[in-house]
Design a protein around this ligand. Sequence first.
Ligand SMILES: [Zn+2]
Ligand SMILES: [Zn+2]
Length: 395
Amino acid sequence: MVNKKIKELAAAYKSEFIANRRHLHANPELSFQEFKTSAFVEGQLRSLGISQIEKKAGTGLLAIIQGRNPSQKVIALRGDMDALPIVEQNNVSYKSTHTGVMHACGHDVHTASLLGAAKILNEIKDQFEGTIKLIFQPGEELIPGGASLMIKDKVLENPRPSGIIGQHVMPLIPVGKVGFRKGMYMASADELYITVKGKGGHGAMPESLVDPVLIASHMIVALQQVVSRNASPKIPSVLSFGRVEALGATNIIPNEVKIQGTFRTLNEEWRSKAHHHMVSIAKGIVEGMGGELDFEVRRGYPFLKNAEALTSRAQEAAVQYLGKENVIDLDVWMAAEDFSYYTQEIDGCFYRLGTRNEAKGIVSGVHTPTFDIDEDAMEIGAGLMAWIAVNELGS
Ligand SMILES: [Zn+2]
Ligand SMILES: [Zn+2]
């Protein structure tokens, strides 16, 4: 019965959800600079009559909706608010008005959906048990990640939620469908900054030099053994170098080579071991060949694990809400997400909202200048999240 009520409300308010999304899309702000976004969200929440709102981690917000017996059970719902430094190339009425800043990862969709869920949940708060914490976080796209700062600012305490639910747009999934995965889902992502120092000079006289280009070449090849030999075949791992800078010339060997890469995996213990392996292999090769090494591992977000039981219940709730044919199983995804910080603290479920529509030409990936969504997704984005929360709390 509550399920039906939520569906009715989501359909009735759909145009409002879309209007909110368009407002946010037209007014994007970069990570940790979400001042207007935060003020807009707070204004919307207050207009709904939600008054328990606290500012967190600078531009973040924590809002509370209490149902019957508020201390019974607590569940958290999360939306992220930041945009990316990309020049939007879509010609739409809600195109970004801030040149060079764009909601190209759908965080406008997540924020507007969470506002929509808040509207629905606040309206039916006499029909569920417990408390809902709405977490509007800043800075998902930038290390150290807004989620880590929200946790430091105690959003998961007093009261502590038994679980947290987050959603993310997925342009590979057709609109109308959602995707779930229990257990390992997304990767940790660490940035690697390496400098190999040698002794440059004339390319015709290598015997008097220490060639950092050759050393770096050996090192790049050797480091792949971390993935192919040191990693367990049961743990997904990837090591990629996307930038190699040797500023010599045909006849000039440079003094140093700078290299940047990314290491991703899905196991925290192995992640730390891999860092150690990488540095020691690189050191062995570089020093053995007479060079010097500077190897910085900049730790990014941890890997994301969806709690089995919570995710099963959320997926079952989605089947009830959308029908079995519209709920798909996801594969491991090697991108990273700072939602993982919450899942290191409490049970979490991070699911995907389908936004693709080939007939309308809506196919671009996230983080591209032509990313957009089929806005029919907004009705599900808000309604399903509200239903998963109520299903979790009990009505
Ligand atoms: Zn992103
Ligand atoms: Zn994102």
